[in-house]
Design a protein around this ligand. Structure first.
Ligand code: DOR
Ligand code: ZN
Ligand code: ZN
Length: 358
């Protein structure tokens, strides 16, 4: 059986350009995106150097346009030293990312005056997304309420956080949020087995937190986003392992498994992975674009055959139901049977066909 879904949009991925190309680049990251049914990816600004000036962001966007296999839009990073760049960055970026808490890379905002500058000078109509954990969520909600402008809370992972967001939404605060598959499918109980491969920010939580996220999957949660954060196995097994796990290739199979298990409907999956991301981030339409899946295919996720450069997944060994068969982007077949169809492949096939291959 084949079902057609719209092209998915991941509003939270780390594609590592510039400066981290040994972990991922636009070619490998968007190949992984297509393998996972994503035709649009929003890339995070905690690169080296970070995307905190309009000049750099424009150059990196040009590189993405040249190298990516699907549509890539870039976040600008908020930085206390570059608040004067906010209006120009606002014209070039899809959204602003504010890191309130410690995570990979140096981007961080801890002072109120920089937060005020962001809310005053970031263009109205362009979203502001926040890495905010614990009480940081209340900071984001307070700013959304005070300025009356939408805030998107990234990777919500705890029962208290989703409870606070649900309460703010009920009061009419303009807030949206995302959860990641790793926070929906893994807990602290998996950490002894996974070791550094189970370390990310926010960290894995307790079963009660995971239950609270699932309890809000039809209501307070707006998007499922991957937080695809590839690091090499050597880096993850080093003395000072960086936080983060890849997720572009496993998000859709995991969420389709949840549909098969009756935890959400396929319509809700499409809302969380395509419609809401496109609406919240004002993403352009992709005409003649779809993903064909076999919802009945049952198989084990594996490190073998992944297209992400990092070559591993924390979900290896997990049995899932639902496989991406084919992806069509703007009328062109771009992924089929586990492989990306680049222009070159398509051209080669055409010339072979003309040459009378039987
Ligand atoms: O685990 C994480 N890794 N959380 C983040 O916020 C950043 C990310 C990364 O860039 O590796
Ligand atoms: Zn984050
Ligand atoms: Zn992230």
């Amino acid at each position: 059986m084949t079902i057609r879904l719209p092209g998915l949009a991941d509003v939270h991925a780390h594609l590592r350009v510039p400066g981290g190309e040994h972990k991922e680049d636009f070619g490998s990251g968007t190949a992984a995106a297509l393998a996972g049914g994503f035709t649009t990816v929003l890339a995070m600004p905690n690169t080296s150097p970070p995307l905190v000036t309009a000049d750099l962001l424009r150059r990196v966007q040009q590189q993405a346009n040249a190298e990516a296999l699907c549509d890539v839009h870039l976040y600008a990073g908020a930085s206390p030293a570059h608040t004067d760049e906010l209006p120009a960055l606002g014209r070039a970026a899809v959204a602003l990312k504010i890191y309130l808490n410690e995570t990979f890379g140096p981007l961080r905002v801890t002072d109120l005056s920089t937060l005020l500058a962001c809310f005053r000078h970031w263009p109205i109509g362009k979203p502001i997304a926040m890495h905010a954990e614990g009480p940081g969520v209340a900071v984001g909600l307070g700013l959304a309420a005070a300025f009356g402008r939408p805030v998107h809370i990234c990777h919500v992972s705890r029962a208290s956080e989703i409870a606070l967001i649900a309460a703010a939404k009920a009061r009419g605060v303009p807030v949206t949020c995302e959860v990641t598959p790793h926070h929906l499918f893994l807990t602290q109980a998996n950490v002894p087995r996974l070791g550094p491969l189970g370390d990310m920010r926010p960290p894995l939580a307790e079963p009660a937190d995971v239950a609270a996220l699932w309890a809000h999957i039809d209501t307070a949660i707006d998007c499922v986003a991957t937080d695809h954060a590839p690091h090499t196995l050597a880096e993850k097994h080093s003395e000072n392992p960086p936080p983060g796990v890849p997720g572009l290739e496993t998000a859709l199979p995991l969420m389709l498994t949840a549909v098969a298990d009756g935890r959400l409907t396929l319509d809700r999956l499409v809302a969380l992975l395509a419609q809401n991301p496109r609406r919240i981030f004002h993403l352009p339409e992709q005409p003649d674009t779809w993903v064909e899946i076999d919802p009945a295919a049952s198989y084990q996720l594996s490190n073998e055959g992944l297209l992400t450069k990092c070559g591993w997944t924390p979900f290896a060994g997990m049995t899932v139901r639902g496989r991406v068969q084919r992806v069509v982007l703007r009328g062109k077949l771009v992924f089929e049977d586990g492989k990306v169809r680049s222009d070159r492949d398509v051209r080669q096939r055409h010339s072979q066909d003309k040459g009378g291959r039987s």
